[in-house]
Write a protein that binds this ligand. Structure first.
Ligand code: CAA
Length: 412
C-alpha cells in the first residue's frame, strides 16, 4: 500500500519584518542576516494570531484546494512547540473549527521542531496498519518562533503553519515506510520553560547537536536499507532538512555528504566544490519560502517541500530525503518519492499570492507586538484589537476571559 502526502498548504501571518530593518536597528551589518543566515524577511504573528488560528487556516486551505472532504479525516494531529494550554491540545480547537467528525483521534505532539514529523510517521503507521479503514489523517505543523527582542536568536524567528493530508494512494509524495532512522538525546540546546513566551537557546551548541543528530539518524535509516547505494546523494533529486535559517540547510547538506563519504570536507578540499554544486542542485532551489517566512519550527522542513513541489516541473527523478530535527533533542530521517502527475497540483499548494499580499511592519510595531505577546494570554486582559494590526483574517484569537480562550467564529 502506498501512503504519503495527498494535500498540503501553508498559512502564515500577514505581517513581516524586513531583515535589513532588523539588522540596522540592532547595529548589525544587514549582510550577516541576509547572506550569513540566508534570511530576507521574517513573518510576525500579531497577538490575535496563535498556533490555533494559524493551524486551522492552513488546514482549511489544504482541504479546500485539494478538494478533501473534512468528513474523511479520522486522525488529527497538531505538532507544535507553541502550545496555548498546559492541558488542552491546539488540535481540539482546530477539530471544532473545521467541524470534523466526533469519531476522530485528535492529539498534539511536542518535541520542538520535530513534533509534526512524529505526527506524520504515526499517521502513516495508522494507515499502513489497516486501522484507518479508508479514512485520512490531517497533520498540521503550527508554530510561532520567538526568542525575544535583542536576543541572539532574534533574526531566526518566524511564524506559520503547514497542513498536510496523509492518505493511501496520495497525489503528491509517497513515504518509504521501512528505510527510516530515529535519534534521541537529552541536550540543553534549545528549550522554553513553562513561564516563558520566549525560547532559550545555546545557539552554536544547537547547530552542533543538529549536525550530530543528522549523521546518526541517517546511519540508522541506511542500516535498514537492502542496498544503501539506492539512497546515495547522487540518486536524490532533492534533500530536505529542518530549516531554522536558510544557511543551516547548507551546513546540513555538507554533513550529509560527510556522512556518506565517511570523512570530513574542509573548504580547501577538492570535494568541497562537489558539495557546493550538490547544494546548488538539491537544496538551495527550494529554500525561497523559508527565506521569506523565517523559522516556523516544526513546519520549516515542509515549507521547503512545498517550494519543491510548486517547482516540480523543473526537477529531476523523484526520490527525496527528509531530515527533521527537534531540539532537546529528537530527530528522524526518511525518504519519499514524488507521485507521477504531481506537477498538476503546483498551483493549489503555491503560497506566492498570500506572501505577496503581506504588509511590512516597522521595528517599532514589531517591538510593540513582542511586548503585547507577553500579556495577550492573561485572563481578562484588555480586549485584543485586530484592527490595530490590520489583520483581515476572520478567525482570530480574541483574548482570554473567565479563564477561557475566546476565538471568533471560523468561516464556512
Ligand atoms: N556578512 C556575511 N556573513 C556574515 C557577516 C557579514 N557581515 N557576519 C557574519 N556572517 C556569517 C557568519 O560567518 C556565519 O556564517 P557561517 O555559519 O557560515 O560561518 C553566519 O553569518 C552567522 O554568524 P554567527 O555565527 O556569528 O551568528 P550568531 O553568533 O549571531 O548566531 C545563531 C547565529 C546561532 C543561528 C543564532 O541566531 C541563534 O542562536 N539562533 C537560534 C538557535 C538556532 O536557530 N539553532 C539552529 C540549530 S537548532 C534547530 O534547528 C532547532 C530550532 O529550530 C531552534
Amino acid at each position: 500500500m502506498d501512503v504519503g502526502i495527498d494535500a498540503i498548504a501553508f498559512f502564515g501571518p500577514q505581517r513581516y519584518l524586513d531583515m535589513a530593518d532588523l539588522a540596522r536597528a540592532r547595529g548589525v551589518d544587514p549582510a550577516k542576516y541576509t547572506r550569513g543566515l540566508g534570511q530576507l524577511r521574517m513573518a510576525i504573528a500579531t497577538p490575535c494570531e496563535d498556533s490555533v488560528t494559524l493551524a486551522a487556516n492552513a488546514a482549511a486551505l489544504a482541504l479546500k484546494r485539494f478538494d478533501v472532504d473534512p468528513q474523511q479525516i479520522g486522525t488529527l494531529v497538531v505538532g507544535t512547540e507553541t502550545g496555548i494550554d498546559h492541558s488542552k491540545p491546539v488540535a481540539v480547537y482546530v477539530h471544532e473549527a473545521l467541524k470534523l467528525r466526533r469519531c476522530c483521534r485528535t492529539f498534539e505532539t511536542k518535541h520542538a521542531c520535530y513534533g509534526a514529523f512524529a505526527g506524520l510517521t504515526a499517521a502513516s503507521d495508522w494507515i499502513l496498519s489497516g486501522r484507518a479503514r479508508g479514512y485520512k489523517a490531517l497533520i498540521i505543523a503550527s508554530d510561532i518562533a520567538r526568542y525575544g527582542v535583542g536576543e541572539l536568536g532574534e533574526p531566526t524567528q518566524g511564524a506559520g503553519a503547514v497542513a498536510m493530508v496523509v492518505s493511501e494512494n496520495p497525489r503528491l509524495i509517497t513515504f518509504d515506510p521501512l528505510v527510516t532512522g530515529d535519534y534521541t538525546r537529552q541536550v540543553m540546546d534549545f528549550w522554553r520553560p513553562l513561564y516563558s513566551k520566549f525560547a532559550f537557546a545555546d545557539g552554536h551548541y544547537s547547530i552542533a547537536c543538529y549536525l550530530e543528530a543528522l549523521a546518526a539518524c541517517r546511519a540508522d535509516a541506511l542500516a535498514k536499507a537492502a542496498d544503501a547505494e539506492e539512497y546515495a546523494i547522487a540518486k536524490l533529486s532533492a534533500c530536505f532538512y529542518h530549516v531554522p535559517f536558510v544557511k543551516m540547510a547548507k551546513k546540513a547538506h555538507q554533513r550529509h555528504w560527510e556522512a556518506e563519504l565517511g570523512a570530513g570536507v574542509s573548504p580547501g578540499d577538492q570535494r568541497a566544490q562537489e558539495v557546493e554544486a550538490s547544494h546548488g542542485q538539491r537544496v538551495a532551489p527550494w529554500l525561497s519560502l523559508n527565506a521569506e517566512v523565517g523559522n516556523i519550527y516544526t513546519g520549516s522542513l515542509f515549507l521547503a517541500l512545498i517550494d519543491y513541489l510548486r517547482h516540480r516541473n523543473r526537477t529531476g527523478p523523484g526520490l527525496v530525503s527528509l531530515f527533521s530535527y527537534g531540539s532537546g533533542c529528537g530527530a528522524a530521517w526518511g525518504f519519499a518519492r514524488t507521485v507521477p502527475g504531481v506537477e498538476g497540483h503546483a498551483a493549489a499548494l503555491d503560497p506566492a499570492a498570500q506572501l505577496a499580499a503581506r504588509e511590512r511592519i516597522s521595528i517599532e510595531e514589531y517591538e510593540e507586538i513582542m511586548a503585547l505577546v507577553e500579556v495577550a494570554d492573561r485572563n481578562d486582559a484588555a480586549a485584543l484589537d485586530a484592527g490595530r494590526w490590520h489583520v483581515h483574517e476572520s478567525f482570530l484569537y480574541q483574548g482570554t476571559r473567565d479563564h477561557v480562550r475566546r476565538y471568533s467564529e471560523f468561516p464556512g
